[in-house]
Design a protein around this ligand. Structure first.
Ligand SMILES: Nc1nc2c(ncn2[C@@H]2O[C@H](COP(=O)(O)OP(=O)(O)OP(=O)(O)O)[C@@H](O)[C@H]2O)c(=O)[nH]1
Length: 396
């Protein structure tokens, strides 16, 4: 029996080592990056935000709850998606524009193709433009230009009429405006990289958070490193929503888990983190409740003041819902005064026959439309191109 003692000891040691290995590998398995693929439908995205929210709050509020955080994340952390390249998106989305804008394009073409244009016909054209929210000034301008074209050229064949209308609409939308997004990082005097900071403002419900999410994908597709700041602390779900958008393309969101946290503090943290990490762009989502002008001015003023301690603001994008017409324009005026808007994002153009708002809002604010939202899909945000937009209106 004594002779067998060394053998028993060896077996016991081997068994212990074996058990240890199994334990290690199973704990490793829990930490393996989850492989759940998130589809583009809202339900799956919602699941992720729930869990992302649960996981992060567990980390912050419950102390060392690493096990449950891992488990929660393991359920649904998405595989990183590859967003669609931005160039040519407007052409892909042209059908949606055509469907929404066709009352404008088709009606204008139908009237202009009549044999002898009477005063009533010109009135009808003007009315059509006004109904599409082009605005009184630009509508009158377009009618004058078309009257001159018809008198001088006397075009009557359908192709000629279409070409004439296209040229005048493009002129009205103004292809000469600089619509580039300023998202290039800079270098400060100390030679350090400073990220471009894009502040996104607008009334609640216009699509700000969605736009920040879609814009993140545009920037990632262009090879930028991005960090998001969830400074919409008014609506708790907005930060979850933003975290989900970011996670889908491997982008981190800086947020607070405190109810009603100071949005300026979150914005500051986001920009500071972006600077420390050397990222290219920091995108900051805001709440922008339009309680009153003074309140809005205080909030946005404070956000931009604290941000600029870390990095200059590169862009202030105003998100406007195209379906809200003149009301949207009134809101836009207030934001433009308060926030120093440098570009407009017009959302929900897929759901309106009022594509003319592009012209009205540019004229009203003197700021170009830089991006348009044409659906709820993750890549349904397109850089605005005057010619493609007009072609969309005239298609169909
Ligand atoms: N059809 C369509 N829907 C859009 C578009 N952009 C945003 N939406 C929808 O508009 C709704 C509101 O969007 P949010 O991004 O939550 O709006 P928000 O401005 O951040 O709202 P608050 O956080 O309350 O300030 C969502 O259902 C979006 O899917 C678009 O271009 N087309």
């Amino acid at each position: 029996m004594n002779d067998l003692l060394p053998l028993w000891i060896t077996l016991a040691v081997l068994a212990l080592v074996g058990l240890g290995f199994l334990g290690f590998s199973s704990s490793k398995r829990r930490k393996t990056p989850p492989t759940t693929t998130i589809t583009t439908d809202g339900a799956a995205a919602g699941d992720v935000s729930d869990v992302a929210g649960r996981a992060s709050s567990a980390t912050l509020e419950d102390g060392p709850a690493t096990e449950s955080v891992d488990d929660a994340l393991a359920e649904v952390v998405p595989a990183i998606e590859v967003p669609e390249a931005p160039a040519g998106r407007l052409a892909r989305l042209r059908d949606r524009l055509a469907r929404s804008g066709s009352p404008l394009g088709a009606k204008l073409l139908a009237v202009l193709s009549r044999d002898h244009l009477s005063e009533d016909d010109w009135d009808e054209l003007e009315e059509t433009l006004l109904l599409a929210d082009v605005g009184a000034g630009p509508a009158a301008e377009l009618i004058d230009a078309l009257r001159t074209d018809v008198r001088v050229q006397g075009v009557k064949d359908p192709e000629g009429v279409r070409a004439m209308l296209r040229a005048e609409l493009v002129r009205l939308v103004d292809p000469t405006l600089d619509r580039r997004l300023n998202t290039a990082p800079t270098t400060n005097e100390a030679g350090e990289k400073v990220p471009a900071v894009v502040l996104v403002v607008g009334v609640n419900g216009t699509g700000k958070t969605t736009t920040v999410g879609k814009l993140t994908r545009v920037l990632v597709a262009e090879g930028n490193e991005v960090i998001l700041g969830a400074a919409d602390t008014f609506r708790a779900a907005a930060a979850d929503q933003l975290t989900t958008w970011g996670a889908r393309v491997g982008v981190e969101t800086i947020r607070s888990f405190k109810d009603g946290a100071d949005p300026a503090a979150v914005a500051f943290d986001a920009v500071r983190t972006g600077r420390q990490r050397g990222v290219d762009v920091v995108l900051v989502d805001t709440a922008g409740r339009l309680q009153n002008k003074a309140g809005l001015m205080d909030e946005l003023g404070k956000i931009s003041r604290v941000i600029t301690k870390e990095a200059p603001l590169s862009e202030v994008l105003l998100v406007l819902d195209a379906t809200t017409g003149q009301n949207g324009l009134n809101q836009a005026r207030v934001f433009a005064e308060v926030a120093g808007v440098t570009g407009i994002v017009l959302t929900k153009l897929d759901g309106t026959a009022k594509g003319g708002i592009v012209v009205a809002v540019q004229r009203e604010l003197g700021v170009p439309v830089k991006l348009v939202g044409l659906g709820e899909g993750p890549d349904d945000l397109a850089p605005f191109v005057a010619e493609d937009f007009v072609d969309g209106l005239l298609q169909g």
